[in-house]
Design a protein around this ligand. Structure first.
Ligand code: ADP
Ligand code: ZN
Length: 185
């Protein structure tokens, strides 16, 4: 049955590292471009893995993105004509983003946010739990556990240097299932 849907919504793509969030985000961006939509892509400036001005997946798929240090900078770059606004690594962006996303979705923009739902201790990461609560559509992806081969919903930190953020160091992390995931004590 066809159900009429008004434009403007929030989609969240979450999961651990290596679960394919960036691939899925890039796939949605490419399809929106094929549909001739005006798309703008942002990423936090602190995420400089592979490329400073692109989002890149671990499988080397790429798409251009505007690096922004905070919500203020994002607002300065925001194109009022954009029909689709995509954000990668949304867990690193500040709380100021939440009302901006709401406003965009309310005025008809399709907002797509990708990000880690849990940090490497298995705790909710940054603004992601709020975005998940506010989203119309949530895609939760899983990777493959590097210990047992099961589906993995968590990110294991292999290097313990303290702090929640250790950016751009894929080799410092591994996807793990809940049984194989270990948190430092
Ligand atoms: P994310 O954005 O969630 O970190 P990416 O889209 O960057 O994920 O990368 C997903 C790709 O990573 C997969 O298609 C696969 O090629 C690769 N990969 C590497 N390690 C794993 C793993 N443990 N489980 C699943 N995919 C992995
Ligand atoms: Zn496992």
């Amino acid at each position: 049955m066809f159900v009429h849907q008004r434009q403007g919504s929030l989609e969240v793509i979450c999961g651990p590292m290596f679960s394919g969030k960036s691939e899925e985000l890039i796939r949605r961006i490419k399809r929106a471009i094929i549909a001739k939509q005006k798309v703008q892509v942002f990423k936090p400036a602190l995420d400089d893995r592979y490329d400073a001005s692109a989002i890149a997946s671990h499988s080397q798929r790429k798409h251009e993105a505007i690096p922004v240090k905070n919500t203020e900078e994002l607002l300065r770059h925001l194109d009022p004509e954009a029909q689709v606004v995509a954000l990668d690594e949304a867990q690193f962006l500040d709380e100021g983003l939440i009302p901006i996303i709401e406003e965009l979705a309310n005025r008809g923009v399709r907002v797509i946010a990708g990000g880690l739902d849990q940090d490497s201790n298995g705790e909710p990461f940054g603004i992601m739990p709020i975005l998940l609560a506010k989203a119309e559509y949530v895609t939760k992806l899983q990777a493959i556990c590097m210990v047992c081969g099961a589906l993995a919903g968590r990110t294991q930190r292999m290097v313990h240097t303290g702090g929640q953020v250790l950016v751009g160091a894929a080799e410092a992390y591994e996807a793990r299932c809940r049984h194989c995931h270990e948190t430092p004590h």
